[in-house]
Design a protein around this ligand. Structure first.
Ligand SMILES: NC(=O)c1ccc[n+]([C@@H]2O[C@H](COP(=O)([O-])OP(=O)(O)OC[C@H]3O[C@@H](n4cnc5c(N)ncnc54)[C@H](O)[C@@H]3O)[C@@H](O)[C@H]2O)c1
Ligand SMILES: N[C@H](CO)Cc1c[nH]c[nH+]1
Ligand SMILES: [Zn+2]
Length: 429
């Protein structure tokens, strides 16, 4: 982690840049993957599994036997933990349902909005370097609460040509049976365009590495909806001298271990804490099984010594982190000042891992500065909001003149006439 003391504000714009690959290079490779999937369908998916996942698949879809046997392949304590997380995530996401509220905007003019589930959705569950069954809870739970009819799951196959049993177990819990062994840009293409085995869907959800994220952004230009750009994980920790250096280092490493293209940021107003966290990072990194990933991510990462907590907040809002941890004494006084962040963790005892797995909030969150404009996945992501209005004859008499005047002023006479023709009839009754 590069340490910088009191960086001048003119350099901040450079400091908030993420370690992304060149977009044009990524796009070119992904475009040829798209073409292959469009031309050869399932055959392309099998070929690309061999190329990128180094596995010869006999079947693209997980069989009923594979799915059912997952139950016996997992320890009871893991199944129990998955069910606990499922319950917490469900509790929070159920509260996100919007009640239908009819509003009479004028006497006789009633309007309302109703959420309707997206019929066919595709869930991408990352599996390149770790089988993220927790992501399946984050996407499957709100999809089920919303009432999506068809749910197609894509995830990279493991070395045995199967899918990790925890992903299969979680899928069973959610009643998801269409499980496609495909990862990366090819999975996104299959969900967008369809193949013999993979039905095309209306919206694609899920995080992933840069190939997956850019592929989703590309299909979204071609008319398939996506949830949000949820790329390589990141965390920004704001810490003062009341923070525990070991906790801070552990939180930074928790996101660094996701992959070499992750980035973590420490902001502090205490030189002593910066030094202590740097030492903790070294010590904790040494014993980390995913040391290689985390070490590379730390090479992309910075620890900044800033003037005060206000300056830390200012930098954080510019950076717009996926995850923001406030390990500062008076975190409550900062809450209203947070303008850009995916999900926020308060105090010394709210590790980011809690949101990744089980607190109840969704972990599919905007990265790479997209938190400036995007929210994370929620129940809303799985529905369309359809508006309704009902106008009575008396209501039309109340609102009619306003519409006629506005339509005439826009020079749209047919619009005006659609009102006038009715008003004549209403006034004659
Ligand atoms: N932002 C969020 O909400 C969020 C949540 C969970 C995970 N994540 C991120 O998801 C990512 C998961 O990445 P992953 O790699 O482990 O799994 P992944 O499933 O996203 O990607 C694996 C696939 O990438 C493709 N791929 C790998 N190398 C390639 C290459 N050179 N060319 C073309 N395609 C290639 C392969 O098809 C492979 O199946 C991590 O970066 C993690 O930080 C983000
Ligand atoms: N931190 C990831 C989101 O950036 C989510 C995750 C899943 N499993 C562990 N972590
Ligand atoms: Zn994580």
């Amino acid at each position: 982690m590069q340490r910088i003391e009191y960086p001048a504000q003119e350099t901040w714009a450079e400091l908030v840049k993420r370690p992304t690959k060149n977009y044009e290079d990524l796009e070119a490779g992904i475009q040829s993957t798209f073409k292959l999937v469009q031309q050869k369908g399932d055959t392309a998916l099998l070929e690309l599994a061999e190329k990128f996942d180094k596995v010869n698949l006999t079947d693209l879809l997980a069989s009923e036997d594979e799915i059912n046997s997952s139950d016996t392949k997992l320890p009871d304590e893991l199944k129990e933990a998955i069910r606990q997380a499922y319950s917490n995530i469900k509790k929070l996401h159920e509260q996100q349902a919007e009640p239908i509220k009819q509003v009479e905007t004028m006497t006789g003019v009633t309007c309302w909005r109703k959420s309707v589930a997206i019929d066919k959705v595709g869930l991408y569950i990352p599996g390149g370097t770790a089988p993220l069954f927790s992501t399946l809870l984050m996407l499957g739970v709100p999809a089920r609460i919303a009432g999506c009819r068809e749910i197609v799951l894509c995830t990279p196959p493991n070395k045995e040509g199967s899918v990790h049993p925890a992903i299969l177990y979680t899928a069973s819990l959610l009643g998801i049976t269409k499980i496609v062994k495909a990862g990366g840009a090819q999975a996104v293409a299959a969900l967008a365009y369809g193949t013999e085995s993979v039905p095309a869907v209306s919206k694609i959800f899920g995080p992933g590495n840069q190939y997956v994220t850019v592929a989703k952004q590309m299909v979204s230009k071609a008319g398939v909806a996506i949830d949000l750009p949820a790329g390589p994980s990141e965390v920004l920790v704001m810490a003062d001298d009341t923070a525990h250096p070991a906790f801070v280092a552990a939180d930074l490493l928790s996101q660094a271990e996701h992959g070499a293209d992750s980035q973590v940021v420490l902001l502090t107003n205490s030189a002593k804490l910066l030094e202590a966290v740097t030492q903790e990072l070294q010590a904790q990194l040494e014993v980390l099984p995913r040391k290689e990933f985390a070490a590379k991510a730390l090479d992309n990462s910075v620890g900044l010594l800033l003037k005060d907590v206000e300056e830390m907040l200012q930098f954080s809002n510019l950076y717009a982190p996926e995850h923001l941890i406030l390990s500062v004494a008076d975190f409550e006084s900062l809450l209203d000042g947070i303008t850009n962040a995916g999900s926020v963790f308060l105090g010394n005892y709210s590790p980011e891992s809690a949101g990744d797995y089980a607190s109840g909030t969704n972990h599919t969150l905007p990265t790479n500065g997209f938190a400036r404009a995007y929210s994370g996945v929620s129940l809303d992501s799985f529905v369309k909001k359809i508006t309704f209005q009902h106008i009575t004859p008396a209501g039309l008499q109340n609102i009619g003149k306003t519409i006629e005047i506005m339509a005439a002023a826009e020079g749209l006479d047919a619009h005006k006439n659609a009102v006038s023709i009715r008003l004549k009839e209403v006034q004659n009754v």
